[in-house]
Design a protein around this ligand. Structure first.
Ligand code: GLN
Ligand code: ZN
Length: 756
């Protein structure tokens, strides 16, 4: 039984790739140095996997920014505006990822979207009518040869043609079907070249197969692969799926001449029954994804072995592997020395998952596995988890009734009262919360954490930064101000640190997009607020100005989705526990004089199940309720804002409206304001602030550009319902670009306001 890994994290155990890439952006290291560093990281990881007995080690899972972007470049899908910059290969690549503003021109970045139901973001390839798909890059070959030269025969990994075509954006008249022939030729060339280089396996990732497919998608899938597979030569092709089961196309997949089929046994609710009901072809290898690639908990060998024994009854050839790429988990538990050993033993990050796979490979062959010390240790550790139980929280949840989830009076009535109370101009301007995390901001936090300054000094520094931030916003002429979030490194970690029930890691970073990484807290016990969290700083910020300051909180669904949740209680129960804690904070902020409170649900859309049939029952029903519980207790005049990243929520507009916030801001600039149409059509009641410029790129938007964005939004949305804001928090930006951008934003709003 062979062991296969779908993909490995690539940022480096200490985020080395992030730091050297950022050095390259700053111009402090050369392209050559950057590439050398990347090569060293790849080498370490290949060797580590080989050392752990992984038989099919991935290559080309490395990326300087994102795998979809790599595939676009490999297939020559580089939009004209980036080619026209005439930069070299790597810089063109980074221009697509991050935008470019310099002597060669001024272009925005390609849009970014969440990768299925994860917190990883991919770059959306753009197809123009004159895009001609052909195999033009050499990255997969280079990396294969690089590993081979180090004595490791890898399994190259490439995103498959169907997933690529389905996720790309079509800018001209042409549709996916118009590119299919070119696509097949390009992938056929890829297969031929890999075969020639001596690869034994090639993995084509088709996670799109785990989503709801329409008939034409299945026809397209069959068409592409029946032609493509005739070019495979000696190469074995592994069709890899993940993030769910492939119920819509199982028989199509098993009928084609793939040599291996990778199925997800962790998130794929129907994977086992699909096999049991339809059988699995004798001549193919089933790559069973049994070690969870997304969570961080130790695998339960007893359960996993049971799954494998059951499978062996109907499948002849089985390989085992991860359920998806390990990209979504941190590197190693070993780095977390501060955690109690008992707690550490509950976890398995990427490196430990390699060991789990090799353990399972041993156990499955062992007829007396139940006596095997590997098995016995695993069983013992599983019996020893010590999650903390909070009786008072459980009790409060039991006592909740329907009215706790309903805010009164209804939206329209409150809107009128708020208008009177707040007296904001039309098209009020605001930001999403955070201001640039300058060196000073970060040093203040880190010195306090290390004990180098006292709590009082820390607070004093915070106060002076908040004072400067408020005065900057007044000078810029913004209408609704924020305190700047200087006390927060991360919007979830900050609340986690101030609530009981969370655990923290020091190096457990996971890539979010490009060089941005997140370090999700771990929800270990019942969640409870033991004291007010942000009340003191918010009250202070409000005391400095007559303009309204927004209290700034992170919502329960986002705290849950951006943490690693425990698995012994349901996500609904965890969300309600967090909601109660945030509800108490909302009420305290209101009592402290904050007239506007923003509860960010940046990650609400993220964990929407991939299958439509699961949307409400498995997620939205409790997620929306948790948000409503947070704010249902405030007065009518208190205005509740929420913020969501990424505007891909067209399909759940009704549910978003049902969150019953007064105002919602969201990303829209990078997705060309398509959401605005949908809002108009749906009769959305909540006031909206579609982001008028992209903060994920260092580019400064001009006043004219923002005016035209506002004008085009106003074609669809009434001015009484419209807010003007950037598309997300400004913390990742520098002051150099933030101040002129906001100046342009305010001036643009004033200009348009005068014309109304
Ligand atoms: N209030 C947060 C901020 O401004 C929101 C961030 C987010 O949506 N990711 O940083
Ligand atoms: Zn955001």
């Amino acid at each position: 039984m062979e062991v296969s890994v779908i993909g490995y994290p690539r940022i480096g155990a200490f985020r080395e790739l992030k730091f050297c890439t950022e050095d390259y952006f700053k111009g402090s290291i050369s392209e050559k140095q950057l590439k050398e560093n990347a090569g060293k990281l790849r080498s370490v990881q290949w060797k580590m996997q080989a050392h752990n007995g992984i038989d099919l080690i991935p290559s080309n899972d490395f990326s300087f920014y994102d795998g979809m972007l790599d595939t676009a470049v490999l297939l020559s899908a580089v939009p004209n505006r980036y080619q026209a910059l005439n930069l070299d290969g790597l810089d063109t690549y980074f221009a697509m990822a991050r935008g470019y503003q310099g002597e060669k021109g001024d272009v925005k970045a390609l849009s970014m979207r969440k990768w299925f139901n994860t917190n990883y973001h991919y770059i959306v390839p753009e197809m123009e009518d004159n895009t001609f798909i052909r195999l033009s890059g050499s990255k997969p070959f280079d990396e294969f040869l690089e590993a081979k030269a180090q004595g490791i025969l890898t399994k190259p990994v490439v995103i498959g043609p169907l997933t690529f075509l389905k996720l790309a954006k079509y800018k001209g008249k042409k549709q996916p079907a118009d590119y299919v022939d070119e696509m097949i030729r390009a992938y056929a060339d890829l297969l031929a070249r890999m075969d020639k280089l001596g690869a034994k396996w090639l993995q084509l990732d088709e996670p799109i197969l785990a989503t709801d497919l329409e008939k034409p998608d299945i026809v397209l899938f069959n068409h592409i692969y029946s032609l493509l597979l005739s070019h495979k030569g000696h190469l074995n092709i592994l069709l890899q799926t993940y993030f769910g089961d492939i119920r819509d196309c199982y028989t199509d997949v098993t009928s084609l001449s793939f040599d291996g089929i990778g199925l997800d046994f962790v998130e794929g609710k129907e994977t086992s029954s699909l096999i049991a009901n339809n059988g699995f072809p004798k001549e193919k290898i089933l790559f069973a994804g049994i070690v969870n690639g997304k969570n961080i908990w130790r695998n339960n060998y007893e359960k996993t072995l049971q799954t494998l024994f059951d499978l062996q009854k109907s499948v002849d050839q089985i390989a085992i592997g991860t359920s998806c790429s390990l990209l979504h988990v941190p590197y190693t538990v070993k780095a977390e020395k501060q955690l109690d050993e008992k707690i550490r033993n509950a976890f398995a990050f990427a490196q430990e998952k390699l060991k789990e796979l090799s353990d399972l490979k041993i156990l499955i062959k062992d007829s007396t596995f139940a006596q095997n010390p590997i098995f016995l240790t695993n069983t013992k550790l599983h019996g020893e988890t010590g999650h903390k139980f909070e009786k008072s929280v459980r009790q409060r949840i039991c006592e909740l009734n329907e009215t706790d989830f309903i805010r009164t009076p209804a939206f329209e009535k409150r809107a009128a009262l708020q208008e009177d109370a707040l007296k904001l101009p039309l098209l009020p301007t605001t930001t999403i919360g955070s201001f640039p995390q300058t060196k000073e901001v970060k040093t203040n936090r880190s010195r306090f954490k290390k004990g180098e300054i006292t709590a009082e000094q820390y607070r004093e520094n915070l106060r002076s930064m908040i004072t400067a931030c408020i005065s900057l916003q007044e000078k810029l002429g913004l209408d609704v101000l924020v305190h700047g979030e200087y006390e927060r490194g991360d919007m979830v970690e900050y609340f986690g640190e101030n609530l009981s029930g969370f655990l923290f890691t020091t190096q457990a970073w996971v890539q979010s997009y490009g060089t941005r990484c997140v370090k999700p807290p771990i929800i270990w016990g019942d969640v409870k607020r033991t004291a007010p969290i942000s009340v003191e700083i918010s009250r202070y910020a409000q005391s400095l100005t007559h303009k309204p300051v927004k209290g700034m909180l992170t919502g329960p669904v986002t705290i849950l989705n951006w943490s690693f949740p425990r698995e012994d209680v349901s996500p609904k129960e965890i969300a309600l526990q967090i909601a109660l804690a945030i509800r108490d904070e909302v009420l305290d902020l209101e009592a402290a004089g904050l007239r506007i409170i923003q509860v960010d649900e940046a990650a609400l859309k993220e964990k929407l199940p991939l299958r439509k049939s699961d949307w409400h029952t498995e997620y939205l029903d409790w997620a929306i309720s948790a948000f409503r519980l947070v704010h249902s207790g405030v007065k009518a005049v208190t205005q509740i804002h929420t913020h969501m990243c990424y505007s891909e929520f067209q399909d759940i507009l009704e549910d978003i409206d049902a969150m019953d916030a007064d105002v919602i801001s969201f990303e829209a600039s990078r997705s060309n304001l398509a959401i605005v149409d949908a809002l108009q059509k749906s009769g959305f009641k909540t006031a909206v602030g579609p982001g008028v410029y992209d903060i994920h790129s260092p580019r400064i938007p001009s006043k004219e550009e923002i005016i035209s964005a506002i004008e085009s939004i106003l074609q669809k949305i009434k001015p009484q319902k419209l807010w003007i804001n950037p598309d997300c928090g400004l913390k990742t930006r520098g002051e150099g670009e933030t101040i002129p951008s906001l100046k342009n934003l305010v001036e643009a709003a004033i200009t348009v306001r005068k014309q109304l």
